[in-house]
Design a protein around this ligand. Sequence first.
Ligand code: FAD
Length: 494
Amino acid sequence: MKTEFDFIVIGTGLAGLTSALVLKEKGSVLLISKSYLTDCATNLAQGGIAAVVTKEDNFSSHIKDTLAAGAYHNDRNAVKFLVEKAPSAIFWLEDQGVKFEKKDGLFNPTKEAAHSCNRVLHITDFTGREIEKSLILNAKLNKKIHMMENSFVLDLLVRKKRCYGIQIFINNKIINLFSRATVLATGGTGQLYKWTTNPGIATGDGLGMAYRAGLKFKDIEFIQFHPTALKHGRSPLFLLSEALRGEGAYIVNEKGERFVSKIDPRGEMAPRDIVARAIYNMSKESRVFLDIRHKGKRFLKNRFPNIYKELLNRGLDLSSDLIPISAAAHYTCGGIEVDLSGRTKIANLFAFGEVSRTGVHGANRLASNSLLEAVVFPRKMVGCIADLPARIETIGFPLPLYSDKIIPIPDIKPKLQELMWEKVGIIRRKKELQDALEQINQWEKQVNIENTINQELAELKNMLTVSKLIVGAALKRKGSLGAHFIEPLGRKQE
Ligand SMILES: Cc1cc2nc3c(=O)[nH]c(=O)nc-3n(C[C@H](O)[C@H](O)[C@H](O)COP(=O)(O)OP(=O)(O)OC[C@H]3O[C@@H](n4cnc5c(N)ncnc54)[C@H](O)[C@@H]3O)c2cc1C
């Protein structure tokens, strides 16, 4: 097989697909997914993508909302860049064939929590799926883009702060592939938690690779928990989009009481961290439900066809039933520190989408800004091509041993997910964070004795590395901020 490409892009979510479609103008692209192409967070996105596209809205309002949601921990330049480039990113997606909902030929955005205006563009309630469909089709039609599914990237080839390509499992073998530039677009870390909305691929591999390559992360302690995942069955939990609350859904306890407005005057439309904590606390004494029955069957079936159908499949009717909900790990606000062009601190290595930390989300992401981030930033990468090596450089990198025999891993993965949920979750305590760190260190010792590797073990090692980094960052932060909530001293602290 061919082992040299101008560009290697790891990930077939929105960040990876945008990167590949932009880079194809400048050379050959290898686009890789560790599972099937649409097995990614992007494909699950329901609500939509934020952009200022109506006369009633303006950039300063979108900037203000983004900063407020992020607890003013955001990088203001990055936020300004994101918001101002949003309309052109939407037009680019339209050029790719994405058909956002319109009324009389004009965009018809909806509202989501913590947005002060209707600015979330959507395609009913399966926006991500439609975006993936259009972009994958375009990528498949282009001869410059080579796609590889079910191929697990193990590591980056890095020497002296310079990236030369990747190390990958192919047909039960490990091989080195070389490039002029490599893009990490590997998504988030939701699978570190017992309850998550994230797909199985979200094990933090990109962060694991970047850490081994010597990169540092920023804001990794800020894990956003979505308030309204369907409490039914096993993880990943089906998401009940924020747009439901945008359209008037209530959150109620067993007595039918709305309780979020007792904590925040914005009630159900308060930022996610506030609503998630309110639900988490209430769930200790009562079951919690989403109630949108008052909107009527006709409206709900038209506006939320996917959610309506998915709930019916699980025996629940959105128009006549209370829907049981739970908070769940949803979004990694921090990650690999990058500049506005996605450049990392390693030459020829870029990061985009959820794996990156551009500074736009601060301590908590504003709903529907993440799809936007995944399309705005990769489009700027073309400006860096002139700085890349003119030719692909191939140098020797030793290959680890592959073993397809089952490596005995004690059931660390579910235990880790439980630990992260209980001790590094929605409400954190210093002593519990310390206990978690100690436990993870012990597990790391158990898995690091192997000198052979396979995908299962590589994933587990990444999960342990990233969990440890999240706990470490959480322990370093003094006090609560945004999605990181530490119970004040004196309340259940030791
Ligand atoms: C249920 C759900 C609903 C959401 N709704 C919205 C919404 O309405 N609006 C919004 O803005 N955001 C939403 N989000 C967040 C948003 O979808 C994600 O942040 C965004 O899609 C991330 O895109 P990405 O390209 O960075 O990663 P992903 O789309 O997750 O893609 C990651 C890719 O990396 C690949 N990969 C990972 N590790 C490896 C490896 N080791 N080797 C090879 N390939 C690898 C995977 O196979 C996959 O192709 C939602 C998230 C979820 C989970």
